[in-house]
Every structure is written in C-alpha cells, then in structure tokens.
Design a protein around this ligand. Sequence first.
Ligand code: SAM
Ligand code: SF4
Ligand code: SF4
Length: 340
Amino acid sequence: MNSNNNEVYDYFNRPLRDLRISVTDKCNFRCTYCMPAEIFGPDYPFLKKSQLLSYEEIERLTKVFVHSLGVQKIRITGGEPLMRKDLPQLIEKINKIKGVEDIAMTTNGSLLPKFATSLKSAGLKRVSISLDSLQDEVFGKINGRDVSVKTVLDGIDAAEQAGLKVKINMVVKRGMNEQEILPMAKYFKDKGHILRFIEFMDVGNTNKWNLKDVYSKKEIIQDIHEVMPLEAIDPNYTGEVATRYRYKGSNEEIGVISSVSDAFCSTCNRARLSANGMLYTCLFSSKGHDLREPIRSDATDEQLTDLVEKIWFKRKDRYSLDRSESSTTRKKIEMSHIGG
Ligand code: SAM
Ligand code: SF4
Ligand code: SF4
C-alpha cells in the first residue's frame, strides 16, 4: 500500500495529501446552512474540553500524517477555529513540522482583527474568509446572529494588513443569496481577492438540504459571464477543489466549488480530523475512525501510521459522484464537526 516511502493510496488510487483539522465544534455564528440556530441552541451537546484533542495531540498526529503518510498541506478549521483558545500556539507547532508545505485556515473572519497579526507571526500563510452577502439584512439572516457585513470586512482588512493571503468563500443557495453573486463578484474583483462560490451541499442532517435549493455552477457562471465575461483556466494542481475562471482581459480570477452539480471525487486527496480526534475520509461520511483513543493509550507512531494506512487503503468514498435521494437522507457527520 506504500508505493513510495511515505505515500498511501486508497482503493481508487487517490493519494493522501491534505489534512483538514477541526479544532472546535463551537461557533459564534449560526449559519442556516451549517448550524441552524433551532438545532444548535443553548442545550446542544458541544464537545467538552477533555474530549478535544490537545494541541500536543494534534501536533503529534500531524507529524505522523506528514512524516509517514504523505500529507503536505494542512488546513485549520472548525466550527469557528478562532473560538479555540490560543490558536496561534497550534499554528506555531504545525509550522515547525518539517514537510508541511502549506498551512491555511478557514474562518468566518469575525475574530481576525484580534488574531491576524499573531497568526501570521506564528506561520500561517493563507486564510479563506467566508462571506455570503454584502448586505446587512441578507447576511444577518444567513449568519443567524445578525453579525454585520462590516465585521467580516474588518476581518478581511486585518488579514491583509497582517500579510496573509486572502480568499473569500461564498455559499450560494437558491432563494437565500443568488442576487448577491454579481455584487460580490464586482466588489472582490476590485479588491483583488479571489472569490470562490460554493454550491449548497447536503452535509450533515440538520440544514434541510434540497436539490431544488442548489444554485449550480452553471447558473453562477452564467450570471457573472453575462456582465463580466469569463474564460476557464487550468487548475493550479491535481485535486484542486475549485474550478477556476478568469475575467477576460485581466488577471483577476474566481472559482466555483461544485460538489453537487459537477463532482470532483476522482481526485479527492483530503482527510479530515474532527476536534475530538475522529478521522473522516469524506465530507459526507456517516462514521469516523477514532484516533484519540489510541493516542491516549500510548500507541507508537508506527501503530498510528499503520492504523491510518489501513483506513486509507480501504477508502472507497465518492459520495458526490454517487449522490442519490437515499444517500442525502442517511446519517452524516455535521459540517461544524469537520469544517468543510
Ligand atoms: N467557521 C469557519 C467558516 O465559516 O469559514 C470554518 C468552518 S465552515 C464549516 C467551512 C466552510 O464551509 C465555510 O466556507 C462555510 O461557508 C462552508 N459551508 C458550511 N456549510 C455548508 C453547506 N451546507 N454547503 C456548502 N458550504 C458550506
Ligand atoms: Fe460557523 Fe462557519 Fe458553520 Fe457559519 S459556516 S455556522 S461560521 S462553522
Ligand atoms: Fe472527497 Fe467525499 Fe467530497 Fe467526493 S464527496 S470530493 S470523496 S469529500
């Protein structure tokens, strides 16, 4: 199963390259498509501190993934990752691991004015900041907490000023914010930030997903192309999740992550580690594999490597390619546990 020292391949010959680490299942937003407020209320059983992997445990697992399993890129996510105390300390630990080629983070941006500088000093290179509208009325409803657009724009400014590379993520859902596609495209083209549109996905079981609510890649591109002509461009690397387009006659680009209308499972090289140490081999997995128990019962690095190798070797996930009515309703892990 090891073709080349530290590379592992799954059942469909896909290598393991990216590790997405969720550091908390908590969030200060209640986005309707991710953590609907009526379900993630005051009584929701969020993870307790003792259930979370400590930074030392995350560091140890990351070393195993990078040194023995072929992982090159790390993305920190949540819930909202900046809700976890002292996050720059974790970034610093990961940044010191030899072989980590890239560390990025996905965040709702609200806490970046407080943390951007220390994150950059700790070694963070890039942030993807989520924003679904430029209108307070629309955005406040989506984020479920009436958070203003300015709060996120201030976060974007703080990230830029700290020297972090910034991309913007916008989830598009029919009837929620498709009218915001064009204003967002224009705004971030002028700012010089890459905007990535994400089709509304059937992650978890709480967001009332329905195929009819998916505003597809084709529709998104058409809306923009009619006003600001686009041309397709090649992916930067194999396994890139976003399909890239450039505004004709410029270097500004956008991306579309089309998990529903145009699946990209054939090149999916991502594993996901939840805040409580469960390994998920697909965003739509029903169950994870516990890595916290072995790490807390003194498993050696070799034993951890062997465990993950076996899991990856058997991996047959290609949920988006096979999506059907029955699969969308089966039990799946929530987005706020594994972070997208
Ligand atoms: N809290 C951070 C944030 O919002 O950026 C990180 C975690 S969040 C789960 C990661 C990404 O997943 C965000 O860009 C969010 O918009 C996206 N997301 C959440 N639920 C989604 C859904 N049902 N369909 C598509 N994207 C979703
Ligand atoms: Fe929080 Fe991010 Fe989910 Fe919104 S998408 S509820 S910001 S974790
Ligand atoms: Fe990867 Fe699963 Fe998404 Fe397919 S559905 S691209 S296997 S995470």
